[in-house]
Design a protein around this ligand. Structure first.
Ligand code: NAG
Ligand code: NAG
Ligand code: NAG
Length: 517
């Protein structure tokens, strides 16, 4: 009997219904798309019928289920026209970054809604979806897709839980220990850092409510005049998938419908092409991998900095693989191999790779932790400075600012510190163990929770009551004001009473004195 029951029990969780899922990753950014593609591929492989809206003409090889591409042609061209040297963006004050992000988000939102392929999808009366997954990245009007198809909304945050995410689900994020992604702090902040973090979080919230959301609402109503007001769509997320994990970030409060899936896109390293394999295996003293990610180009380093970097790399006994976007690099030393494109994950997975020089983007940070490789970061913009601060706090990284590249000896010192002090490699290995020690693989967790909200028709039971409160009620400000008012009132009354009693006493005393005269 038991033997009969057991197999059924085992099979049950595996039989999942084929659902129709719409996935929207509208940004023409390689790193965002890597995450979107990994998710789509895995959903299709789990047997679902997935429709993927993206500006990249990808052809995902899926083993199972079906996959349909809604291609946003011309979005990439549009962005490439505006390509700038991202090093110039590095010193933008964080408050200005907020406005730059508003502009970027509004453009991408408008382009997406206006796109004929998207219009065709939205206007097709026969289209139905069981869930809509939208990348959450300054594009809140796109939550309309879920409303339009009357399907649960799953938001995916490329940068983990942050100020764009937390208020939408009512997640507490005290600025005393949750740093904003645009600042350069870790979770352990000094008084001045906490002060700046708190003020910035207020400015950032005001920007969203007074400037950004109204603009998004206007774009939405330009295309769909009958759509509900954006504020009715904003807070209707069934699930938030977060590209973060306690191995990459410091622990923060997370509600039950916020699921950490950081590391979900990383796979064990595959065999390398022969030239790279030989280069790495032939390195007696190990290899350093150097990449500034997919958006920042190493070839844009100012001449002086590039020369400094080359001088330092030349003097090392290690070999160096550098993602460099030009055919030739004048003065390239023999121990340096350059290439426009490199299989980063497969390189980081090699035993002989001893150090990663990185801009500290979240994908690179996650991949280096996955493989346990210590780091020297040169953070430039966005969340990179925060990621760098976090890696330094955890103890497996040194971080140097962009300006430090003007000083050869400072680059050399930082590099040598990570290469020669075994502490860095040891902690990197520990971090890697933390990432791998989980009850489910992060991708399985993502699929489980997406299917969960489909099964539970939006899983409204996970929605916290705090979302239905006004902001001052959520923060208990009304209670504090009430309690302080009553306390002050009581204090005033007491003071008054005291005065009255004292006055009476002195009065009767003086009266007595007068009488005695
Ligand atoms: C393919 O999808 C079905 C559900 O439709 C599932 O039962 C099966 O395990 C999937 N196969 C693979 C190889 O993932
Ligand atoms: C998947 O969905 C698309 C779009 O609705 C539909 O045309 C197609 O027939 C579906 N495929 C399967 C196998 O259900
Ligand atoms: C909010 O989500 C639920 C569950 O998916 C759905 O039934 C409801 O219509 C949505 N409301 C709005 C305003 O989008």
């Amino acid at each position: 009997m038991i033997i009969r029951v057991f197999p059924v029990f085992l099979i049950l969780p595996i039989i999942s219904q084929c659902s129709k899922i719409l996935v929207l990753f509208p940004y023409a950014s390689k790193s965002h798309t890597i995450l979107g593609e990994a998710l789509v591929k895995s959903l299709a492989n789990s047997g679902h019928n997935v429709t993927f809206i993206t500006p990249y003409k990808t052809n995902l090889q899926t083993k199972n289920g079906t996959y349909r591409l809604i291609y946003l042609d011309n979005v990439i061209e549009y962005h490439e026209k505006q390509q700038m040297n991202l090093f110039d963006f590095g010193n933008t004050p964080p408050v200005i970054t907020l406005f730059v992000m508003n502009g970027l988000g509004n453009e991408v939102t408008d382009l997406t809604f206006a796109h004929p392929n998207v219009q065709k999808l939205l206007n097709d009366k026969h289209e139905k979806f069981d869930a809509v997954i939208v990348e959450q990245f300054v594009n809140d009007a796109m939550k309309y897709f879920a409303y339009h198809f009357n399907a649960p909304l799953v938001s995916f945050s490329t940068v983990g839980a942050n100020a764009w995410v937390n208020p939408l689900v009512g997640n507490p994020a005290p600025p005393s220990f949750v740093p904003d992604v645009f600042l350069s702090y870790s979770s352990r902040m000094s008084f001045v850092e906490r002060l700046k973090n708190t003020l910035f979080s207020v400015i950032s919230e005001l920007n969203r409510h007074l400037i950004f959301f109204p603009a998004q609402n206007r774009i939405l109503h330009k295309y769909y005049p009958d759509a509900p007001d954006l504020k009715d769509l904003l807070y209707n997320n069934s699930l938030f998938l977060l590209n973060s994990h306690v191995s990459t970030h410091s622990p923060v409060p997370l509600l039950p419908n916020m699921i950490d899936i950081g590391g979900f896109h990383v796979k064990p390293a595959k065999t390398l092409p022969k030239d790279l394999k030989d280069f790495i295996e032939g390195a007696k003293h190990g290899v350093i991998y150097f990449s500034m990610g997919s958006n920042i180009r190493s070839k844009d380093f100012p001449e002086k900095m590039r020369t400094n970097l080359l001088n330092v790399l030349k003097s090392l006994k290690q070999r160096v693989i550098w993602k460099f976007e030009d055919e030739n690099l004048p003065g390239k030393p023999d121990n340096v191999l350059i290439s426009k494109w490199l299989p980063q994950n497969d390189i980081l997975g090699q035993q002989n790779v001893k150090l990663f020089i990185t801009h500290g983007g979240l994908l690179s940070t996650t991949e280096t932790i996955y493989h346990g490789v210590p780091v020297l970061t040169i953070p430039i913009f966005g969340d990179q400075k925060m990621n760098a601060a976090q890696m330094v706090l955890h103890g497996f990284a040194q971080s140097i600012s962009f300006e430090v590249l003007n000083y050869e000896n400072k680059i050399r010192n930082a590099l040598n510190e990570v290469l020669t002090n075994p502490k860095y490699a040891g902690i990197a290995k520990q971090r890697s163990k933390i990432m791998h020690d989980q009850p489910f693989k992060p991708m399985d967790s993502a699929i489980f929770w997406i299917e969960y909200v489909i099964r539970h028709k939006g899983a409204s039971h996970l929605r916290i009551a705090g979302l239905d409160l006004a902001w001052y009620q959520y923060l208990s400000l009304d209670v504090y004001v009430f309690v302080s008012s009553v306390s002050i009132l009581v204090a005033l009354i007491l003071v008054k009473l005291c005065k009255m009693i004292c006055c009476k006493k002195t009065k009767s005393k003086t009266d007595k004195v007068k009488k005695n005269k």
